[in-house]
Design a protein around this ligand. Structure first.
Ligand SMILES: O=P(O)(O)O[C@H]1O[C@H](CO)[C@@H](O)[C@H]1O
Ligand SMILES: O=c1cc[nH]c(=O)[nH]1
Length: 234
């Protein structure tokens, strides 16, 4: 048992998928995992362990934003021995040629968060995904016939930043989309020497205003989930 997770020792797998939304965790467990058992209900931040193609996998909601995600990622690694953590999240696109429902692999994550800046004052620490996991995710997407996008995303502390100038500037520098957790996953994976990757589905388009419904966000991002599951099991 850790401060925010009530699982007993051994109830969480070494490989954990990390959706922000706890109901996406429930959906993934019920749809993709065999014999899934719920190990956490503390704060409604649902966590499950089951098997996918014979491999033991957990899926743990992390909430929204880096402070919340950092709590779950820290405890999964330090209290439960997680070694491979893959975020399966949603994001808003900031490139015209990135479409709603596209799947993005976050090769790296820029951030406006102070969490990492405060650790290395005066330095820019690059938050990057694990290369081997990224390769496996990319190849599994190719096999499925998906046109995956791979590139930089912004992990923002603010969902409603309203800063159109900064969004345009990030877009002009090739950033594909904005979300709120990848950077801290990559930072903590580096800090604790484990593997981290973030796979995202574009849930809305920040430039055009196109969006998906909450129910779609919760349930229909199967391509992303399969890409993540294949990446951790091949
Ligand atoms: O759908 P999830 O995984 O929560 O990810 C995105 O959605 C939330 C904002 O609506 C933030 O957590 C953001 O990163
Ligand atoms: O963080 C997020 C997630 C989805 N869409 C956005 O615009 N931002």
């Amino acid at each position: 048992m850790s401060v925010h997770i009530e699982a007993k020792a051994g109830e969480i797998a070494e490989t954990v998928l990390l959706p922000g939304d706890p109901l996406r965790a429930k959906y993934i467990a019920e749809t993709f995992l065999e014999n899934a058992v719920c190990y956490n209900q503390v704060r409604g931040m649902l966590g499950y362990t089951g098997t996918y193609k014979g491999h033991r996998i957990s899926v743990q909601g992390t909430g929204m934003g880096m402070p919340s995600a950092a709590i779950y990622i820290h405890e999964l690694i330090n209290d439960y021995g997680a070694k491979t953590l893959v975020r399966v999240g949603t994001c808003g696109a900031i490139q015209r040629d990135v479409k709603v429902r596209d799947v993005i692999i976050a090769q790296a994550a820029a951030t406006n968060s102070a969490i990492i800046r405060n650790r290395f004052p005066g330095y820019d620490f690059p938050q990057i995904g694990d290369f081997e996991l990224m390769m496996k995710a990319y190849n599994s997407g190719l096999k499925k016939g998906l046109q995956l996008r791979v590139g930089n995303v912004l992990s923002s502390d603010m969902f409603y930043s309203g800063d159109q100038e900064m969004t345009a500037s990030l877009g002009a520098h090739g950033v594909l989309a904005i979300e709120m957790e990848a950077a801290v996953l990559y930072y903590l994976a580096s800090k604790f020497g484990v593997k981290g990757l973030c796979v995202l589905t574009v849930s809305d388009h920040i430039l055009t205003g196109e969006e998906t419904t909450a129910l779609e966000r919760q349930t229909t991002f199967n391509d992303m989930i399969e890409v993540a599951l294949e990446a951790v099991t091949v």
